[in-house]
Write a protein that binds this ligand. Structure first.
Ligand code: A3P
Length: 372
């Protein structure tokens, strides 16, 4: 009880008015689990998230959230909320933020993901002002691959209408594409779009990528926003200055791709949940080249709710039928080709930041050993 009082006292007066202590308190979360019959007497309500996936962009944030939802105690906001990073949303206040969340029982964990939080100035302060005990989840991927992924998204979106479930209508990390790419885009809009146009657009993208990441003197341009995002340790320092390390959890983005359940089990534990996500919940889809969910259902919780209402245990609700449920085509897409020498330069550029990151998080992601 003392812990709750202390945490609550960290909040601003305005926050106290809009967020009850019961919403802030994470300690009661989930330990009694979704199997408690008591919850049948409780109404689901919208709550401020007890955990946020704050980044990093293009590292597997969508896969992480979608896969985490296999755990029936997870209640996730499906779109990126952008509460703390967009002033027009932030000024709407905590009630608006809460209204973006799905309804949940008190033992469940409400979570959202907005990867822009990690790199946007002032966001750590705003998050702390709301809830200083919030759990912060970060997923990191080899920064060179992340950068290529970020750039490839622009190229892809210029060839087809954007379908990225996270980035439609958003900015693409401030990446400016070259005039040549813009010209080709205009041709496509004028009706001259063809397979050969999109092929050449991809071919040209190799040069555009070099133009983007290299300064005129040949060095890596660290002023480029997409280059900067991969200097993870710079941003982590800002967060670490305000939150203790035990409030962070770091997901290995490469391991999420090859062993999703391993990373999800660790995350479940961090969130104070029972580890219920199993290896069998995933199936490798050769066409997609990634693991997908076995469940054909978009929201396993909906089925779980039906079981709760019928007085049955959540365990029985685990859907084990249906077709593989993969992420949208904008996740796991084609990458721009990058010359070996430039890859090596980028690797070298990120090395000191990576090493420092490993020391901060106490885990070696081993990115130097990845063959690009
Ligand atoms: P690419 O599309 O460049 O391969 P985010 O969701 O943060 O935007 O990250 C997108 C990245 O998630 C994808 O980048 C992809 O590599 C990665 N990812 C991880 N697991 C995935 C999965 N099971 N299906 C699709 N993409 C996955």
């Amino acid at each position: 009880m003392l812990a709750i009082v202390l945490i609550y006292s960290d909040l601003t007066d305005e926050t106290k008015r809009s967020i009850p202590a019961s919403e802030i308190n994470c300690s009661s979360l989930s330990q009694n689990s979704e199997y408690s019959p008591l919850i049948r007497n409780e109404q689901r309500v919208r709550r401020i998230p007890q955990a946020i996936i704050i980044g990093s962009r293009k590292s597997g944030t969508r896969a992480l959230l979608k896969f985490l939802e296999v755990n029936p105690a997870i209640r996730a906001a499906h779109s990126e909320v952008h509460f703390f990073d967009r002033p027009q949303n932030y000024k709407l206040g905590y009630d608006w933020y809460r209204s973006q969340m799905p309804e949940s029982y008190s033992h469940e964990v409400t979570i959202e993901k907005s990867p822009a939080y990690f790199v946007t100035p002032d966001v750590p302060e705003k998050v702390k002002a709301m809830n200083s005990s919030i759990k912060l989840v970060l997923i990191f991927r080899n920064p060179v691959v992340r950068l290529i992924s970020d750039f490839s998204q622009i190229v892809a979106n210029r060839m087809e209408s954007p379908d990225d479930e996270d980035d439609v209508g958003g900015d693409y990390g401030g990446i400016a594409v070259s005039e040549r790419l813009e010209e080709q885009e205009a041709n496509m809009k004028n009706g001259s779009s063809s397979d050969s146009t999109s092929k050449s657009l991809w071919d040209k993208a190799e040069a555009d990528f070099s133009d983007y990441v290299l300064r005129l003197d040949g060095g890596i341009d660290e002023q480029r926003r997409a280059v900067k995002i991969g200097m993870y340790s710079n941003y982590l320092e800002r967060w670490r200055a305000l939150f203790p390390m035990n409030q962070f959890h770091f997901v290995d983005g490469e391991n999420l791709i090859s062993n999703p359940y391993e990373e999800l089990n660790k995350l479940e534990l961090f969130l104070g949940l029972k580890s219920v996500i199993r290896k069998e919940d995933f199936v490798f889809n050769a066409k997609k080249g990634f693991f997908c969910l076995v469940s054909g259902l978009d929201r396993p919780q909906d089925l779980v709710t039906q079981y709760h209402n019928a007085g049955l245990g959540a365990k029985q609700a685990r859907p084990d039928f249906g077709t593989p449920n993969c992420l949208s085509r904008s996740k796991g897409r084609r990458h721009v080709k990058v010359k070996k020498e430039l890859l090596e330069e980028l690797k070298k550029f990120y090395e000191p930041y990576n090493e420092y990151l490993y020391s901060l998080v106490g885990h070696n992601f081993n990115w130097s050993s990845i063959n690009l």
